[in-house]
Design a protein around this ligand. Structure first.
Ligand SMILES: NC(=O)c1ccc[n+]([C@@H]2O[C@H](COP(=O)([O-])OP(=O)(O)OC[C@H]3O[C@@H](n4cnc5c(N)ncnc54)[C@H](OP(=O)(O)O)[C@@H]3O)[C@@H](O)[C@H]2O)c1
Length: 340
């Protein structure tokens, strides 16, 4: 396992991190423990969860495993706050108000059985809460020793920049990391989010690196999906056909399959290796339903794609950037951060 610096925190993060969203959904406690043991034995050191994953079951199972091990010094624990699918219109148990954050964090700490979260993440930008109020809440939680760092997830570049500037002006903590969807299927972060994070030294975690299973090659044109799969079970809306498939998806999969066949490795490893070559990503946040999937995916770290294979995948997954990104990439000089 290789490690990268996580933004400017001074922390080293394994290039493969492990998301536990499947715990309490498609993965029961016994399997979850097997996955966690394997991941850590392979040198993985970042475990990701959220208050909302399966009504707290993901945090609960992760907490039971942590208690059993009796040590947390060799892993980083990240959780999140924002969503609550049960919140009705009058409920305040959702979003980034101070009330909800403080309340939700207490419950997360109790489920995880830890005194402080290494990385507490704002799960999605909340248009209903003033960002200065949110930053003040994070500042208070750091001072209270309940969180060590805070990160963001699914935020726009303009809000991230505002938080960075407010951090300078107010001499307060700003987010140390961004969780963002990034894969061969979703390349829009390349337009602004990733260059911004590089320039501001914000750590990055790429979620759904296999696009929820689409980049494993298990879904075929004109064939029913495997029964026990996200599409077959019809359970997570944005992994369903209509959201994920189309001519571009099939073209990417054709290229992935050609490389996989030549190399005699699973398609998923090719897709993950394409991400491993991105220096703008601190860690690839993989998920798995069972040990077989986790083993197959983590084996991507044992070999590298060639420059030519990477170029072919870049080409197959290319997206026409909208204005002004297209104009800037045609006419601007390279960023000084990338010059020799
Ligand atoms: N911040 C956010 O908003 C956000 C959003 C989503 C996820 N995340 C984080 O990112 C983590 C990973 O997300 P993800 O689970 O969507 O990642 P992913 O790697 O794109 O998809 C994982 C799923 O693909 C299938 N799969 C994985 N490996 C496979 C293999 N070798 N062969 C066949 N199928 C395979 C499995 O689903 P089936 O077998 O059930 O089809 C597995 O649960 C989550 O656990 C969470 O921590 C964050």
């Amino acid at each position: 396992m290789k490690y990268r610096y996580f933004g400017k925190t001074g922390l080293r993060i394994s290039e493969i991190s492990f998301g536990t969203q499947t715990f309490g959904w498609t993965t029961d406690k016994a399997d979850a423990f097997r996955l966690l043991d394997y991941y850590v034995a392979e040198g993985g050191n970042y475990l990701d969860t959220a208050d909302s994953y399966n009504d707290g079951a993901s945090e609960e199972i992760l907490g039971q495993w942590l208690r059993g091990r009796k040590r947390t010094d060799d892993v980083l624990i990240g959780t999140k706050v924002f969503f609550n699918e049960h919140a009705g219109p009058g409920s305040n148990e959702i979003g980034h108000s101070k009330k909800h954050i403080v309340h939700s964090l207490e419950k997360s700490l109790a489920r995880l059985g830890i005194e402080a979260v290494d990385l507490y993440q704002l799960h999605c930008y909340d248009r209903g809460t003033d960002i200065e109020t949110v930053m003040q809440t994070m500042e208070d939680l750091i001072r209270a020793g309940k969180i060590l760092h805070y990160g963001i997830s699914n935020f726009t570049p303009s809000i991230i920049m505002k938080m960075v500037m407010l951090g300078h002006l107010r001499q307060c903590h700003r987010p140390v990391s961004l969780q963002l969807e990034y894969s061969l299927l979703v390349r829009s972060p390349e337009w602004e989010l990733l260059p911004l994070c590089e320039e501001e030294h914000i750590g990055t975690l790429a979620w759904s690196p296999l696009a929820g299973g689409w980049l494993t090659g298990k879904y075929q044109r004109n064939a029913p999906p495997p029964e026990n799969s996200r599409v077959g079970r019809n359970d997570r809306e944005y992994d369903q056909p209509g959201k994920r498939d189309g001519a571009r998806t099939w073209a990417i999969l054709d290229e992935l399959r050609k490389i996989a066949e030549r190399r005699n490795v699973p398609v998923s490893q090719i897709a993950l290796n394409w991400l491993r070559r991105k220096s703008s990503i601190s860690s690839i946040l993989i998920g798995a339903r069972n040990l077989e999937q986790l083993e197959a995916n983590m084996s991507c770290m044992r070999w590298d794609l060639s420059d030519e294979e990477t170029r072919l995948l870049d080409q197959a997954s290319d997206v026409n950037a909208p204005y002004p990104y297209s104009f800037i990439s045609s006419y601007s000089r390279e960023s000084y951060t990338r010059e020799a």
